[in-house]
Design a protein around this ligand. Structure first.
Ligand SMILES: Nc1nc2c(ncn2[C@@H]2O[C@H](COP(=O)(O)OP(=O)(O)OP(=O)(O)O)[C@@H](O)[C@H]2O)c(=O)[nH]1
Length: 201
């Protein structure tokens, strides 16, 4: 099985931190602004599963109206929508992402995609401005799954997010993948670490 996952959310909510945590088990603190699609394979129930994970830095250009956003929605089989539990505005933006994803997929005649909502930075509970119940309620009302995690502190909770999404996709036919149609987006993990090393000098 091969599946395309897009990680979305507003600025600095921890999209790269979650992605890099899954891929390397590490939290490296600073990630740079790298638009990347990472490939990650693992075995589950005796089957090889490959996830292509598209992580992009947020900017005004990533708003839901843009053609790049539409391109991501078309490409993806499923979505991880991230907010920070310390950032109310990032939580408020999640509904808009869900609406746009659903209406675009509907317009394309595609199946309803699995969507997971993730409240990140759980370790910063003393600065919390979004209650867990609010995240859970939003997920319930929009037929999404919900997790609260800390990419900084907990690898296993991040693993649960991605594996939970895979479980929801298991029966879908997700095999033949078309190339994206533009160059320079696929980076290796070494790019992330190289960037960090450079930044620290
Ligand atoms: N305390 C804490 N900090 C986190 C956590 N996840 C990410 N951060 C920090 O939050 C900041 C932003 O993390 P990124 O992963 O770059 O966030 P992003 O959503 O990819 O940001 P953009 O690329 O700007 O859209 C960094 O300083 C991270 O170290 C977390 O779980 N807990």
């Amino acid at each position: 099985m091969e599946a395309n996952i897009v990680v979305l959310g507003t600025e600095s909510v921890g999209k790269s931190a979650l992605t890099v945590r899954l891929l390397t088990r590490r939290f490296i603190g600073e990630y740079g602004d790298i638009e990347s699609i990472y490939s990650h394979s693992f075995i589950a129930d005796g089957r090889e599963i490959t996830l292509n994970i598209w992580d992009s830095p947020y900017s005004e250009d990533s708003s839901v109206e843009t053609s790049l956003f539409q391109k991501k929605v078309r490409w993806a089989d499923s979505f991880i929508l991230v907010y920070s539990i310390c950032d109310r505005a990032s939580f408020n933006s999640i509904s808009r992402f869900i609406q746009t994803i659903k209406s675009t997929k509907d317009y394309l005649g595609a199946d309803k995609p699995p969507i997971v909502i993730v409240g990140n930075k759980r370790d910063l509970h003393h600065r919390r401005t979004v209650l867990s119940e609010e995240g859970r309620l939003l997920a319930l009302n929009t037929d999404c799954h919900f997790y609260e995690v800390s990419a900084a502190e907990n690898y296993h909770s991040v693993l649960m997010v991605f594996h939970g999404l895979v479980d929801r996709m298991k029966d879908a036919k997700l095999t033949t993948k078309r190339p994206l149609g533009f160059k320079g987006i696929v980076k290796s993990m070494s790019a992330v670490f190289a960037r960090r090393r450079t930044d620290s000098f």
